[in-house]
Design a protein around this ligand. Structure first.
Ligand SMILES: [Fe+2]
Length: 298
């Protein structure tokens, strides 16, 4: 039975490519890759040709998520399993494979309507990766590009889809964040990264609540936080830490209105057989507060 090995790339449709480049490159330290002026910009986190793909358009939202299948045989098995479960899966043509810089891919949609691309062979750059903004580096390795938190009205159906392609439950967080409003999130993994996908029933105008990228040194989190403030870019949530993946992070509000979590110190799940699934009662151990409303002058 095939299974995905990592979230390898993520695509966003964005209305302001220039604002995204300032945010992602100048402030957060991602490195620009291929671009088509006014149409698209690839962003790098490591030696892969891209990990984040920005395409110009009005949606300002998630456009697609690419999952590495590890091998062509695994991709074929996943295709067959999804088709048998009633999902439409279409082989990507050569032009799409060339745009994504993969050997081969198949395209389907999850039950929430998110476009899912199952691929093999994401290209690498020959030159070593380095970001002029970071003293360390982005953490990818076996954990892939990062994690995505997806709001959904039907968590069980969405979870079942991703379990069918290899995701396992890491843990749960259930917290009453306001009187009568409970966030009930499930976190899932497909490699040692504590979670690659999380799902919760949240009212959301966007397909994605946040995407997280990780750096190897917490000083890089602090310095990116300083650069956010120096650039006058808005935070969605202050510095803080999560009880389940132990991530020390802040949440930036992207130019598209969803969030990007920037963190360090994420916990790994090294051995599924010895991992205990638990339920936490708070989303954050400390911090992660929304910005205080601006004080009006008396
Ligand atoms: Fe997160």
């Amino acid at each position: 039975m095939g299974q995905v090995t990592e979230l390898g790339y993520i695509g966003f449709e964005v209305s302001d490519l220039a604002a995204w480049e300032r945010f992602a490159v100048d402030v957060l330290g991602l490195v620009p890759g291929a671009r088509e002026a006014g149409r698209s910009l690839a962003l790098r986190l490591d030696d892969r040709v891209h990990r984040m793909l920005l395409e110009h358009g009005p949606a300002d939202d998630l456009a697609f998520i690419g999952f590495d299948c590890g091998s062509a045989a695994s991709l074929d098995e996943l295709r067959a399993a999804l088709a048998a479960a009633g999902h439409t899966v279409v082989e990507g043509d050569a032009s799409l494979a060339a745009r994504r810089r993969v050997d081969r891919l198949a395209v389907t949609h999850d039950p929430a309507g998110n476009r899912v691309e199952l691929y093999v062979g994401l290209a690498r750059e020959a030159a070593p990766f380095s970001s002029p903004r970071l003293r360390s580096h982005f953490v990818t390795d076996a954990g892939g590009a990062g994690h995505a938190f997806l709001p959904t009205e039907d968590r069980a159906t969405l979870l079942a889809f991703y379990q069918a392609i290899g995701f396992r439950i890491s843990d749960y967080i259930r917290q009453e964040v306001a009187p009568g409003m409970v966030v009930d999130a499930v976190f899932t993994h497909c490699n040692p990264r504590h979670h690659t996908l999380a799902f919760a029933a949240l009212p959301s105008p966007k397909r994605i609540h946040h995407f997280m990228i990780e750096v190897a040194d917490s000083v890089d989190v602090g310095q990116a936080h300083d650069r956010m403030q120096a650039a006058g870019m808005p935070l969605a949530l202050s510095l803080g830490a999560h009880p389940n993946d132990h991530m020390f992070s802040f949440y930036a509000l992207t130019p598209s209105g969803f969030c990007l979590e920037f963190g360090a110190g994420g916990r790994l799940i090294e051995d599924d057989a010895r991992w205990e699934v638990v339920t936490y009662d708070c989303l954050s151990t400390w911090g992660h507060k929304p910005p205080a409303p601006a004080q009006s002058a008396a």
